[in-house]
Design a protein around this ligand. Structure first.
Ligand SMILES: [Zn+2]
Ligand SMILES: [Zn+2]
Length: 274
């Protein structure tokens, strides 16, 4: 039964009231709410959603499936179906989803979770979750085709822009935001002597997102990379997670200013004077 059953289903399967009580006493079954039981192995988040009367969905399900979600703890997203009743379980107020469907195992599929994120959280969250799913092979070609069919026509371009080689959610976020500014980037570019950098714009503008591929605790190594890149004629702009997520307008201004001054083009650079 996928680890979740109603009392009526257990009765049909020949499990008596007494046997259910024994299983609960032994810790094999957990009574999630009146008339609904879960096996002890059912993850706590799924049991939490069940306690509220539904299945884990949207960002909560996406995070549980291993997709990238910016703030998975922000809220519990529970699918109740069109007519399901929300149960007050523990004082928390889950975000309720009421789209059609059937999710008998207590959690929606990865592709349904991603689709729900588009309406509930937004295009960026949708895109980042989608790219992380492709990267980690949680989503495949069939899911991409399904999503193309199931998102509004105006959002299909997001599905088409998604790639399977994004290294982190932060990288997906930056690439999407730059795309919306009309800036195309190359990602994960290997530069001899420097290593692999997150993004290159034009011929020589490097964008690095600290905390995406190589953590924030490698400051010295990053400074060496930047110095080598400068010697080779590159310009490096480096931003951390907090700037990208919480102060994007400043990052955007900085990048646009650099592009406005042509720092991404190699034509017109004087030869090295030594
Ligand atoms: Zn949601
Ligand atoms: Zn709750």
């Amino acid at each position: 039964m996928g680890g979740i059953a109603r009392t009526s289903e257990l009765r049909v399967a020949g499990v008596s009231e007494g046997a259910i009580a024994d299983a609960v006493a032994d810790g094999v079954l957990v009574r999630v709410r009146r008339g609904t039981y879960a096996s002890a192995e059912t993850p706590a988040l799924l049991r939490h959603a069940l306690a509220h009367g539904g299945a884990l969905c949207c960002a909560s399900a996406a995070a549980h499936h291993g997709l990238w979600v910016l703030d998975p703890e922000a809220a519990l997203h529970v699918w109740l179906g069109p007519n399901g009743r929300a149960h007050a379980a523990d004082g928390c107020r889950p975000r309720v989803h009421r789209d059609e469907g059937r999710h008998p195992r207590g959690i929606v599929s990865p592709r349904v979770a991603v689709r729900q994120m588009l309406d509930c959280i937004g295009a960026e969250a949708f895109f980042c979750a989608l790219e992380s799913g492709l990267r980690h092979r949680i989503l495949g070609a069939a899911d991409v085709a399904w999503l193309r069919e199931h998102v509004p026509r105006t959002h299909r371009w997001l599905v088409d822009l998604a790639r399977k080689d994004a290294d982190s959610g932060l990288e997906s976020l930056i690439r999407l935001r730059l795309h919306l500014l009309g800036i195309e980037v190359r990602t994960q570019v290997r530069i001899g002597g420097v290593g692999v950098v997150d993004f290159v714009v034009g011929d020589r503008l490097i964008l690095e997102a600290d905390g995406s591929t190589h953590g924030g605790d490698h400051r010295h190594r990053d400074l060496v990379r930047d110095a080598v890149a400068t010697v080779l004629g590159f310009v490096t702009l480096r931003y951390d997670y907090a700037l990208i997520v919480h102060d994007w307008p400043l990052v955007e201004d900085a990048i646009l200013s650099a592009l406005g001054r042509g720092l991404h083009r190699s034509s017109g650079i004087p030869r090295r004077p030594f």
